[in-house]
Design a protein around this ligand. Structure first.
Ligand code: GRG
Length: 289
């Protein structure tokens, strides 16, 4: 039986060590900026995107270690998006990863700059990898106006507006799904996957990304701030578009399970060990944080 807990713990450790090495030391000038970048990265986080990236490499016969630096880049970019999402101009949140948000501790301007620096560092890391151009293209497409930033834009614009399933799907696919999809495809790229294999990994990532977001919406209703490390009940309070308001709790749970099965079907034709990706798809909807 695959031990997902142990699997995650080992890889989280690898990712944390690699992140520690990749970031400028907090003794380097400008000290406070480097401290701020490290604060957001090391106060917590599941490291899901780097772990998916490594598992995707393995699923097409590559090595996890070759995908690790790419995972580090993904985590830097993900953390930038969380820092900016928490800013007063966006979600204005006080808590992230169980700790005060970066702007609460370091001030708003420094939080913006730490986010900018992490976003840029992600591409600096990718530029140094074999296949750097292909990897950078993949991440840039996922992070820009057709991905994360565009999804965030629509999400902010849609607050307090009518719940519409189609709009909700598009926002979530862009805001959450595109980076998870990119993580899987980028893992494949490090392993020299062919076009068909990259498509399968991308479709796996898309389904897992949506399932992840549905699970996030469910946890926003069912979990507690202590367990989750960020505010709960915030979607309802802000009348924010989410799956529960849109289709109800029961259908949301059914949809998340269906997406997991759909994701796993994509793995059939892959030549490597797909057990970790299978287990990760289940973990995404069964997780408690
Ligand atoms: C471009 C500013 C900007 C934002 C992009 C990612 C994003 C949009 C906003 C963050 C807020 C949010 C609720 C995003 C949906 C994806 C999501 C649930 C992120 C949290 O990811 P986890 O659970 O976080 O993997 P950890 O802390 O474990 O890394």
């Amino acid at each position: 039986m695959f031990d997902i807990k142990q699997y995650l713990a080992v890889r989280m450790d690898w990712v944390n060590q690699a992140l520690f090495q990749a970031l400028p030391p907090s003794t380097e000038h400008p000290v406070r900026l480097h401290e701020a970048m490290r604060y957001s990265l090391f106060i917590g986080g599941k490291r899901l995107r780097p772990i998916l990236c490594m598992a995707a490499a393995e699923a097409v016969g590559g090595t996890e270690k070759a995908a690790l630096p790419v995972g580090v880049a993904l985590e830097c970019l993900h953390t930038y998006s969380l820092i900016h999402d928490d800013l007063p101009a966006m979600d204005n949140d006080d808590l992230r990863r169980g700790q005060p948000t970066l702007h609460k501790v370091y001030g708003e301007a420094n939080a913006i700059l730490a986010g900018d620096s992490l976003l840029t560092l992600a591409f600096e890391i990718l530029a140094q990898q074999p296949q750097g151009a292909k990897l950078s293209l993949e991440l840039a497409k996922a992070a820009g106006s057709r991905g994360l930033a565009g999804g965030q834009f629509e999400d902010l614009a849609e607050e307090q507006q009518a719940q519409n399933h189609e709009t909700l799907m598009r926002i979530h696919a862009n805001k959450t799904g595109k980076l998870i999809r990119a993580a899987c495809r980028m893992g494949g790229i490090t392993a020299g996957a062919n076009t068909g294999q990259l498509d399968a990994l991308g479709q796996y990532g898309e389904s897992v990304g949506l399932a992840f977001q549905i699970a996030d919406d469910i946890l926003n209703v069912t979990s507690t701030q202590e367990v989750l490390g960020k505010p709960v009940g915030s979607d309802a309070k802000r009348e924010k578009m989410n799956y529960i308001a849109c289709i109800g709790m029961e259908l949301a749970q059914t949809e998340a399970r269906r997406l997991v099965e759909q994701a796993i079907e994509q793995l059939d034709a892959l030549p490597g060990d797909t057990q970790p990706l299978q287990a990760l798809a289940h973990y995404v909807v069964e997780r408690l944080t």
